[in-house]
Design a binder for this molecule. Structure first.
Ligand SMILES: Cc1cc2nc3c(=O)[nH]c(=O)nc-3n(C[C@H](O)[C@H](O)[C@H](O)COP(=O)(O)OP(=O)(O)OC[C@H]3O[C@@H](n4cnc5c(N)ncnc54)[C@H](O)[C@@H]3O)c2cc1C
Ligand SMILES: NC(=O)c1ccc[n+]([C@@H]2O[C@H](COP(=O)([O-])OP(=O)(O)OC[C@H]3O[C@@H](n4cnc5c(N)ncnc54)[C@H](OP(=O)(O)O)[C@@H]3O)[C@@H](O)[C@H]2O)c1
Length: 443
């Protein structure tokens, strides 16, 4: 392999751009490939089916001060931005980050990474496709930032549904569901957003849950709820959970009051759902709570309690697979967990492979991806060394998660935002923030 690293990055979403920026900061040679026409990943909204899964009305669910890069904050971008920016403001933020740090000239857009394999000397052979033409390149290191919210995970039920059956990945806006009878499946952030949005135009919207979920408002006492969470992050989890549930019960009330399934899990055992409108819509008769689906009979859905209802459309908001279609499955396959990566980024055996942003915080992804990128870049610049017992540490990530979560497919890469940040910062010097731009003008 060449002495000087030449690095390939897959993806220029929020994770890929910070990976690229930090590698360039260390004077390293890197190129990023993205199948899309610009940076922003999931935050480039498109009415057509695309990589992106955000909706016309999506606003972020973590508040702005906990959802920014430290090298380029929202104050550096637009000090007037609201607490919870929209998808389009976020797209502009990511594109401004890329322009500010002079990343564009290091990115090949409209370029799909088809395959990545290791050569006999350990290099990465990367095959890409652009405008129908294939090309191969050889790289000393590979950085994977392809995102983990784009490959739909579909539910499976006995029987057959003869109406329209889509996944939230293809849900873009409410209008196509005007005057229809809609059933939304799931209790995550997508399901609750989709139920609220379709209920504005549908004749009927129901939401089917297979368990009870805490619906957390975006504000407590006039403050973003994750800011309250941040202030209480020092309290041991057990006590914090108790206090949080107490607060929720006082301010919002128990699920049963809304006809929703009772919450039977402890706080953080399930990824939190943040939504200000679902409970309101339920109490206004716009969204009807339903139990799990037992079977499908034509256009009729039979629920667990025997209730039968007809629907025009089912929207499965049942989450996403971790997917890396450019790897041979024998090399990398995390689609059904576990994910034994140290700091969610270092592989136990393959030293020249990094994953950035492949974790699910109870909070925002890119602040953690930024810190991961800085560690990676320092390693490649010879300023930091990975621990010798990396294999043991990878296993430890699996056996000692931050939270003991229920065993469902979405819970394989969860981290506590604040704890994870602290763990990453241990590997960085005090002056890790680097704000200097490579270009003066922000587009
Ligand atoms: C509706 C919705 C709302 C969300 N809201 C939040 C939120 O509020 N807060 C939060 O933190 N997260 C949220 N997320 C999660 C979201 O995935 C992350 O915010 C963020 O986009 C992750 O960044 P990423 O760069 O890791 O991945 P992505 O944003 O998915 O970017 C991956 C990039 O890789 C490119 N790519 C993928 N495969 C290839 C390939 N083979 N070849 C070339 N290019 C490729 C894609 O084109 C894309 O540009 C939300 C997700 C959804 C679906
Ligand atoms: N900013 C925003 O407004 C916003 C909007 C949407 C999404 N997001 C983010 O995007 C990511 C993906 O969210 P998501 O809601 O699409 O997916 P998700 O978090 O994986 O949630 C999937 C939901 O579907 C349920 N489910 C899965 N399989 C099922 C089945 N077979 N039958 C019934 N229910 C099933 C899950 O139940 P279990 O509880 O049993 O796992 C869970 O409630 C998350 O990080 C989320 O925070 C953010």
């Amino acid at each position: 392999m060449p002495n000087k690293p030449n690095i390939a990055i897959i993806g220029t979403g929020p994770s890929g751009i910070t990976a690229l920026k930090n590698l360039l900061d260390q004077g390293l040679e890197a190129i990023a490939f993205d199948r899309n026409h610009d940076v922003g990943g999931n935050w480039i909204y498109s009415e057509q089916e695309s990589h992106s899964s955000v909706f016309e009305t999506t606003h972020i669910i973590s508040s702005k001060t906990l959802s920014q890069y430290e090298d380029f904050t929202f104050d550096d971008f637009d000090p007037e931005i609201a607490d919870y920016p929209s998808h389009d403001e976020l797209r502009r933020y990511f594109q401004a980050y890329a322009a500010h740090f002079g990343l564009y000239e290091h990115i090949e857009f409209n370029t799909l990474v088809l395959s990545c394999s290791r050569t006999s000397n350990g290099e990465w052979k990367v095959i890409t496709e652009k405008d129908g033409a294939r090309e191969e390149g050889f790289f000393s290191h590979l950085v994977v930032c392809n995102g983990h919210h784009w490959k739909p995970r579909w539910p499976d039920y006995p029987g057959e549904f003869t109406g329209e059956f889509i996944h939230s990945h293809s849900f873009k806006k409410a209008e196509p569901f005007r005057d229809k009878k809609i059933l939304v499946i799931g209790g995550g952030n997508s399901a609750c957003d989709v139920a609220v949005e379709t209920s504005r135009v549908s004749t009927h919207t129901s939401i089917s849950w297979r368990r009870g979920y805490r619906i957390i408002p975006k504000f407590f006492f006039g403050q973003p709820s994750d800011k309250i969470g941040e202030k209480s992050a020092w309290i041991p989890l057990k006590i914090r959970s108790f206090l949080f549930d107490l607060l929720l019960n006082i301010l919002v009330g128990k699920n049963e009051l809304y006809g929703l399934r009772k919450v039977e899990t402890k706080f953080a055992e399930v990824h939190p759902t943040i939504n200000d409108e679902l409970l309101y819509k339920i109490r206004h008769g716009k969204v009807m709570p339903r139990l799990d689906i037992k079977r499908l009979e034509g256009k009729t859905v039979v629920f667990e309690d025997g209730k039968k209802e007809d629907y025009d459309t089912i929207i499965a908001c049942t989450g996403y697979y971790l997917s890396h279609p450019f790897f041979d499955k024998n090399l990398i396959d995390y689609s059904s967990g576990p994910v034994p990566l140290y700091l969610k980024m270092f592989h136990p055996e393959i030293e020249n492979l990094y994953f950035i942003g492949m974790f699910q915080p109870l909070g925002c992804i890119w602040p953690g991806a930024e810190l991961q990128s800085k560690i990676m870049a320092r390693e490649l610049a010879g300023k930091w060394q990975r621990p010798k017992n990396i294999q043991e540490l990878c296993q430890r990530e699996v056996t000692h998660p931050h939270y003991q979560q229920i065993d469902t497919p979405r819970h394989t890469i969860t981290v506590d935002f604040h704890k994870f940040r602290k763990e990453l910062m241990k590997h960085l010097p005090h002056d890790y923030i680097s704000k200097s731009s490579r270009v003066q003008k922000i587009n």
